[in-house]
Ligand binder design. Structure first.
Ligand code: FAS
Ligand code: PHB
Length: 392
């Protein structure tokens, strides 16, 4: 049995676990990350694309923001399309906080590079992670790697292992309260090495369904269309994808659309989910391990970041001042912001998608909401302050 000691054991080497590990390192709190996949597999995921100011600040605090500043693209507004109408929502007209377009994949790459540089301990390809002794002052992780048994003894466990991880299920079922809404559609996303159709994101709803035009850089575009939950990527040729996108994006923008072969194609299901509490004895959940949002509001990665902010500061209070007040209230603090992100993501999803069960009245309500956003400054301000990210 390979035995190790640390202060904080982090389950999950995605953005939540890596960001927490890097922040802990900056204040000398020892930590070990255990990751189920290989590093290459984690870095092969194409996920979020929009970073809130709060996440950028955390990357700065972790001394990992250099590339995001150099290559990230600040955005000061988004375009909303509704059938062939469209309106731009400015951020700076309401709040001086642009968002930065910089892929989650790059954030994860930057965090791994920083972790390697400071020789942070990371175990990849771990199997059968079990959390033990959470009611003691020295909990343990046991797991195996290629058949060899491992044990990590620690003070605290951070469950950063995503929606399909083990951490959440370690909280007893009679303690956990789970809230869930599964949407009757998914997002089919592609990457193409083509110039973006527009210099800002376009979220569009039409009788043909939802579409999103995003980007990673001036020659790498990220597009999404609404698809059925029964679909798989084999059913979606590039031609079918581009045709569907052009049915939903307002025609004023189509003259700038440059299509090309997809270099990545994937389907993501959409759900809203929250687990309460986000802590149990010496286990603390962060990110997708505790909550999921439909990506319509670009809140998934960004809400993981605010969890990490609260947990990092609570652990720092404990190790530097022997004060557990913030640790004792972590779940309460994190959930207050989680639920606001859940609401905004749900609202954006309701506004921008075609729901099979929608009546003609429901469709008129979507149109009325869009007209409010076209004409009412208060409605525009509300979208702007939520999209750029509420304060931590
Ligand atoms: P992650 O799921 O990223 O990371 C968890 C890590 O834990 C993974 O590396 C996993 O391999 C590991 N793990 C799991 N079980 C383990 C175990 N038992 N032991 C050890 N390790 C284990 N958000 C947006 O804002 N915009 C988007 O467009 C967007 N698209 C998405 C598409 C998909 C398919 C998915 C699944 C999510 C998407 N998200 C999007 C949300 C996403 O960005 C998450 O919010 C973000 O990855 C959260 O990061 P983590 O909490 O670190 O979870
Ligand atoms: C992306 O660029 O992948 C992206 C941007 C905004 C979203 C979702 C995804 O709301």
């Amino acid at each position: 049995m390979n035995s190790e000691q640390t202060q904080v054991a982090i389950i999950g080497g995605g953005p939540s676990g890596l960001l927490l590990g890097q922040l802990l390192h900056t204040v000398g709190i020892d930590n070990i990350v255990v990751e189920r996949q290989t590093k290459a597999h984690v870095l092969g995921r194409i996920r979020a694309g929009v970073l809130e100011r709060g996440l950028i600040s955390l990357l700065e605090q972790a001394a990992v923001a250099e590339r995001a500043h150099a290559e990230g693209d600040p955005h000061d507004g988004v375009v909303l399309g509704f059938n062939n109408q469209h309106t731009r929502i400015s951020f700076s007209d309401h709040i001086d906080k642009p968002v930065v377009v910089y892929g989650q994949t790059e954030v994860t790459r930057d965090l791994y590079e920083a972790r390697d540089k400071c020789q942070g301990r990371t175990h990849f390809s771990v199997e059968d992670v079990i959390i033990k002794g959470l009611d003691s002052d020295r909990p343990e992780l046991t797991f195996s790697i290629n058949g060899a048994e491992h044990l990590i003894a620690c003070d605290y466990v951070a469950g950063c292992d995503g929606f399909h991880g083990v951490s959440r299920h370690t909280i007893p079922a009679d303690i956990r309260q789970e809230y869930e809404k599964v949407y009757p559609f998914g997002w089919l996303g592609i990457l193409s090495e083509t110039p973006p159709i527009h210099d800002e994101l376009i979220y569009a709803n039409s009788d043909n369904g939802f579409a999103l035009c995003s980007m990673r850089n001036s020659n790498l575009s990220r597009y999404y269309v609404q698809c059925s939950t029964d679909d798989n990527t084999e059913q979606w040729s590039d031609d079918r994808f581009w045709h569907q996108l052009q049915q939903s994006v307002p025609q004023d923008f189509l003259c700038n659309l440059q299509t090309g072969p997809s270099i990545e194609k994937s389907i993501a299901p959409l759900r809203s989910f929250v687990c309460e509490p986000m802590q149990w004895q010496r286990l603390f959940l962060c990110g997708d391990a505790a909550h999921i949002v439909p990506p319509t509001g670009a809140k998934g990665l960004n809400t993981a970041a605010s969890d990490v902010h609260y947990l990092f500061n609570a652990l720092k209070d404990f190790y530097q001042s022997n004060n557990t007040t913030s640790l004792d209230h972590y779940s309460q603090h994190a959930l207050a912001r989680v639920w606001k992100a859940e609401r905004f993501s749900w609202w954006m999803t309701q506004l921008l998608h075609q729901f099979p069960e929608h009546t003609t009245f429901d469709k008129r309500m979507q149109h009325a909401e869009f007209e409010l956003l076209q004409t009412q400054v208060e409605a525009q301000a509300n979208l702007a302050v939520n999209y750029v990210g509420l304060p931590y």
